[in-house]
Design a protein around this ligand. Structure first.
Ligand SMILES: [Zn+2]
Length: 358
């Protein structure tokens, strides 16, 4: 969604390119060589107007005094001057981690702001950086070479931005996947679509994780009705080197017709010889049986399923119940049942992570 907004900005936008090197605006002696390195590294990369000229001019003009440097001894990736009459609370950050991009929205920022007040700094994780302004809101889109969390500090004049490895922020990393989405509706029955049920359950799981204090970084493949390739879903988990990958689905008979077949089934990766995928699947199954009172259909080999087979961490693909079973279909549409399933899966994740530690 946010990407579309950025892409639609056709006005003369400043394209900022900051590549390679170390932040050196606090180190006057190294400044020149760093800039030469930047220029060298940027040769051959054409992403519109380079901001290098702006960086250099600005750095010379606003070189911090030794005193100021002492106050800010930490070297940050980017430093942005906070516009006058912009409250830092009104600056918003959106981490589109599926696309390795971070969007910074700053109200009251005109098109030419960064000509006058360039961003300073550099980070070798930055692949690209674009800037545009629409409806008096400045949009900075930073493309990174992996998933990072943005952290920032600020003083009266500047905001200091850093891109941090999720591992440095969280003790555990989990990817939760709401099966299907967009034009891929999954299975369906009586007008109910699998993609809607899986999304409802995952949205409720997010509420549990948001209140959790185990320092678990949870990344979702979708929290709306977006369309996503299987490779992208498992790709997020693999890229993050997640501790666990959980994919939530609803089952159906092969024919798609109403049937008495019902119950909960969890797939795991047999080729995970450590047994961790199976253990995770068993935890999910048991938690669901306890939580929603469904019938057990056991844990089963899921290696023929792409996202199970290609996950490089313990994975569980949960089939909560059957959309083709009248009773389960009815239950799975209720908020209460969805909430109990969500809570059960949340507990299964926490349990599996803490077991891992023991
Ligand atoms: Zn499915």
């Amino acid at each position: 969604m946010e990407r579309k907004i950025i892409n639609s900005i056709t006005m003369a936008s400043v394209v900022l390119t900051i590549l390679c090197g170390v932040v050196l605006y606090l180190c006057p002696n190294l400044h020149t060589s760093a800039m030469e390195q930047q220029v060298a590294m940027t040769n051959g990369v054409s992403m519109g107007e380079s901001v290098l000229g702006l960086i250099r001019a600005n750095t010379e003009m606003t070189q911090q005094s030794p005193l100021e440097a002492e106050e800010h001894p930490v070297m940050h990736h980017l430093r942005m001057q906070i516009p006058d009459n912009v409250n830092i609370q009104h600056i918003s950050f959106i981490n589109n981690y599926l696309y390795n991009t971070i969007l910074i929205k700053v109200p009251g920022l005109g098109n030419t702001y960064f000509y006058d007040y360039p961003m300073i700094g550099s980070c070798n994780h930055i692949v690209d950086m674009t800037y545009g302004s629409a409806n008096n809101v400045g949009l900075i889109e930073i493309t990174l070479d992996n998933v990072y969390e943005l952290t920032y500090t600020y003083d009266d004049k500047y905001m200091y931005i850093d891109f941090v490895n999720p591992r440095d922020v969280y003790d555990y990393i989990v990817v939760v996947d709401a099966g299907h989405g967009g034009i891929d509706v999954g299975c369906s029955h009586s007008g109910v679509l699998e993609k809607q049920l899986t999304l409802s359950i995952v949205q409720k799981m997010k509420e549990y994780f948001d209140q959790d204090n185990h320092r678990i970084g949870v990344y979702y493949t979708r929290l709306d009705d977006s369309d996503m390739a299987l490779a992208q879903r498992v790709g997020l988990a693999n890229q993050l080197e997640a501790d666990l990958f959980l994919s939530v689905h609803i089952n159906s008979t092969a024919s798609g017709r109403t049937s008495s077949i019902h119950g909960t089934e969890v797939m795991y990766r047999v080729s995970d010889t450590t047994g961790q995928s199976k253990a995770f699947a068993q935890n999910c199954l048991q938690a669901l049986l306890d939580g929603i009172g469904s019938k057990s259909r056991g844990v089963v080999a899921g290696d023929e399923i792409k996202i199970v087979r290609t996950a490089e961490m313990p994975v569980a693909l949960v089939e909560v119940g059957y959309i083709t079973n009248k009773e389960e279909l009815q239950l799975m549409q209720t908020e209460e049942y969805q909430d109990r399933a969500a809570e059960a899966l949340y507990h299964a994740v926490v349990q599996t992570l803490t077991e891992k530690e023991e």
